[in-house]
Ligand binder design. Sequence first.
Ligand SMILES: NC(=O)c1ccc[n+]([C@@H]2O[C@H](COP(=O)([O-])OP(=O)(O)OC[C@H]3O[C@@H](n4cnc5c(N)ncnc54)[C@H](OP(=O)(O)O)[C@@H]3O)[C@@H](O)[C@H]2O)c1
Length: 296
Amino acid sequence: MTTMVMTGGTSGFGMITAQRLKGGNARVILGARRPESALDTFPLELTELDSVRGFAAAVRAELGDTPIDALVLNAGLISPDADSRTADGFETTFAVNHLAHYLLLRLLLPALAQDAIVTLTTSGTHDPATKASLVTPRHADAELLAHPDRDPDRNPKASKAGQHAYTASKLCAVLTVRALTERHPQLTALAYDPGQVFGTGLAKDLALPLRIAWTVLGTPAGWPVRRFSPTLNTRTAAGNTLADLVFRLQTAPDGHTYAALRRGELAWIDPSVPARDDKLAQTLWADSARLVGLPD
Ligand SMILES: NC(=O)c1ccc[n+]([C@@H]2O[C@H](COP(=O)([O-])OP(=O)(O)OC[C@H]3O[C@@H](n4cnc5c(N)ncnc54)[C@H](OP(=O)(O)O)[C@@H]3O)[C@@H](O)[C@H]2O)c1
């Protein structure tokens, strides 16, 4: 039996992934803020770094010497602005999507199997080439993303600043995979871009019109829109493809770490230009370490 640890398996397409993983003779430990009866759930609130530390310690105590074969870091959110702060004083979207997952990765690294797979869920919105409707990242400066009020070029419009927090956090996910690959080449590290998946809970904190569109487009009524856009995928396709990657039913061609779901099929495309910058990746790694109180 293989051992897997996952975040973001309680709703959205991650719930489909978690169920697939569980059905594949794996022990799946889910980090979640609410219990999921079908799986081993340990408490994890990603807005609190102490909760991340507690979760990592609980997982390691539970598993003892049993190594983790797969670490699936899928949880995420988008906020309507960049104004909310976590218990640790960091901007919430960046803190949940990047910092908390970075800390979890660092704390569980020593418990990973030699040839473990690590996936981080990113988003095509990090890349201007995707032409998504969200503001694209201006930088991946951890200090400024943690404290956007210190960013001299912060967009004065709250919703745009919120979009930037999201897309920049997803750029950070791709860069973290890049840095991890360089530091631990024996691991398989992948950034998973599920395309656009309507009907999940992701839009629940956004303005009402966006929430309605998000919900309706996720139903069969949204099929005509989904049909003509290459980036739109169903929850089922997005969830199952992530499970396929974790089970290594689909594997990366040499040199590729960015798996993008387009029209329901995996495409091993290049992420954005900054997302391929090794120096930026290592700087982000070191700056993130400092923010969570770890050595580089
Ligand atoms: N939907 C899209 O179009 C899309 C596109 C690109 C990337 N993504 C990414 O895909 C991932 C899954 O998104 P989704 O669309 O399936 O969204 P979703 O339905 O909102 O699912 C998000 C998951 O993250 C968990 N989560 C959120 N905040 C958390 C916190 N503070 N502590 C612990 N867990 C937390 C949620 O837990 P609860 O069940 O407790 O809420 C849920 O399991 C995210 O990383 C998202 O950014 C989504």
